[in-house]
Design a binder for this molecule. Structure first.
Ligand code: ZN
Length: 209
């Protein structure tokens, strides 16, 4: 084989590895997770959320239910409730949303809600005042256990992810890896981050170490 052919083969293999190690990036809009207790308070006793659309993570869905979030400076209307119910309610918004509400909101991993601000949730004349649970979600990659080895990552690791897009490619630092056999491999960013990289559906990310 001459050098040219070998170079082409090497390029093809590198491109294949690159593609195999890439993952889908999804933009998460603002959303609410509710405990059954809070579902009862907002929709009625033993109310069950209506499944509207399943999400990429197995078992997770967007419901038909919508709530208003009210802060000291403003409100966000028609905010989707995600299911299934969780042990603790949690509201995930973007930094821009935090400005609309007039609240200082920390960047946290999902579930890490200690010492986060509370917020008022409204459904018609029913309200719930969460004592805590308002967060800006830390950008993260859900990694299925079977993919973790091939991607050379472990649970809790912080990585950089390169997003290739038209005109606004960028590298996100401070991305947390979350590994579980309950996950489908995909990266989640919020709408502020999505706008920063000119997000389009189907866009892919690559870990840069
Ligand atoms: Zn996620």
């Amino acid at each position: 084989m001459n050098e040219q052919i070998i170079d082409n083969l090497v390029d093809q293999v590198v491109a294949k590895i690159h593609q195999e190690r890439s993952f889908l990036v999804e933009a998460s809009g603002r959303h609410i997770h509710l405990s059954q207790e809070h579902i009862d308070s907002l929709f009625g006793k033993d109310y069950q959320l209506t499944i509207n659309q399943y999400l990429s993570q197995p078992g997770q869905y967007a419901s038909k239910e919508r709530l208003t979030i009210l802060g000291p400076k403003g409100a966000l209307h028609n905010v989707v409730v995600l299911g299934p119910p969780r042990s603790a309610s949690q509201v995930e918004i973007s930094g821009t949303d935090a400005l609309t509400l007039g609240l200082k909101v920390p960047v946290r991993e999902s579930g890490d809600i200690k010492d986060t601000p509370g917020i008022m949730l409204i459904n018609g004349n029913k309200t719930v005042c969460l004592e805590q649970g308002l967060i800006i979600a830390k950008r993260h990659v859900h990694v299925a256990t079977k993919d973790a080895e091939k991607m050379n990552v472990s649970h809790g690791e912080i990585v950089k992810v390169r997003i290739e897009s038209d005109q606004r490619s960028l590298i996100f630092d401070d991305v947390v890896i979350r590994v579980s056999d309950k996950f489908a491999t995909a990266m989640h960013i919020d709408y502020d981050e999505a706008n920063a990289c000119s997000f389009k559906k189907g866009i892919r990310g690559y870990i840069v170490k």
